[in-house]
Design a protein around this ligand. Sequence first.
Ligand SMILES: Nc1ncnc2c1ncn2[C@@H]1O[C@H](COP(=O)(O)OP(=O)(O)OP(=O)(O)O)[C@@H](O)[C@H]1O
Ligand SMILES: [Mg+2]
Length: 328
Amino acid sequence: MSLLGRDLALDLGGASTRIYIRGKGIVLDEPSVIVRDLRTGKVIGYGADAAGGTGGETCWPVSGGLPVDGELARRMIRHFIRKVHWHPFSRPRMVMALPDDSTPIERKALREVAYDADARGIVMIPHALAAALGAGLAVKDCAGHMVIDIGRDSTRIAVLSGESVVATTTVPGGGHAMDRAIVRLVESEYGLLIDEGEAESAKLRAGTEWKPLDRHVTVHGHDPETGRERSVPLPVQGIYEATRQPVEAIVRAAVETVERCPAELTADLGERGAVLVGGGALLRGLGRRLRAELCMPVRRSERPLESLALGLGRCMENLGLTAKLRRR
Ligand SMILES: Nc1ncnc2c1ncn2[C@@H]1O[C@H](COP(=O)(O)OP(=O)(O)OP(=O)(O)O)[C@@H](O)[C@H]1O
Ligand SMILES: [Mg+2]
């Protein structure tokens, strides 16, 4: 490690924070969560130590790549950095993603949080570029590429050509909206109240590959009529149906994004299609549904959960590219 400390890439996700270190790859992947004592408000756990409930108040201080609670976000980032970058004298330089549709005030807030969390220097890479690089797209190529990042609270759609971001759209709603849709379905169809964690677990247990939808996953919840706990077998088809509305919002936004592009890029997109990144990309049947609705090839990146961190890591490893991107 140099005297000035290591460089690291930080994917500050609403669901998970990932840190990539030069020469090592992804060294930290933990939930972006903090638990506070209900009575005193004191932080009692961060990340993996906090997930699973320690009885306090659970806070998610980041959403859509931006801090929603600056102080908690700062403390969480500092905690994660110290876990992977302990150095007696120095602070790391950090490469981070700049949310595409963020306002100058939001960007300033993100920078401030990162500096206050111990960064020595910060390089911001447009989110779309980092996601595309992490998905293995040849971004230098002048042909059009589309990347759709389905995270926890938002979905970011972008068309790129020749290292430039041509069009972007951010849709409020990602994996968390799908969980809420499952909660509503279980309540209306089965009269059972389940929490969002249980809905997410059912979604994950439904698997990631498209297969005939004949399986069931069991969900546990509270029956308000009897006041008792109860389980029901939820058909995987139900999860597919429940997530129809959030998926439709993504499709509409993707179609509008393509419509804003020059005609020659639209033709490229019809041929090359879109690549999906982010955890939401793992939703069973999603690729198939998007392919049918967008009428273009749609594929999932190899490591969707890690794509953004890998793209940021690539920018960091290749400082020439970083300097170039920085001028944009
Ligand atoms: N196998 C799966 N099937 C369906 N959804 C999944 C699966 N695995 C993860 N997810 C969902 O992906 C979401 C998290 O994705 P990801 O880790 O990319 O988000 P993030 O990068 O932390 O958030 P953001 O990009 O919005 O800031 C969660 O809502 C989670 O439920
Ligand atoms: Mg993300």
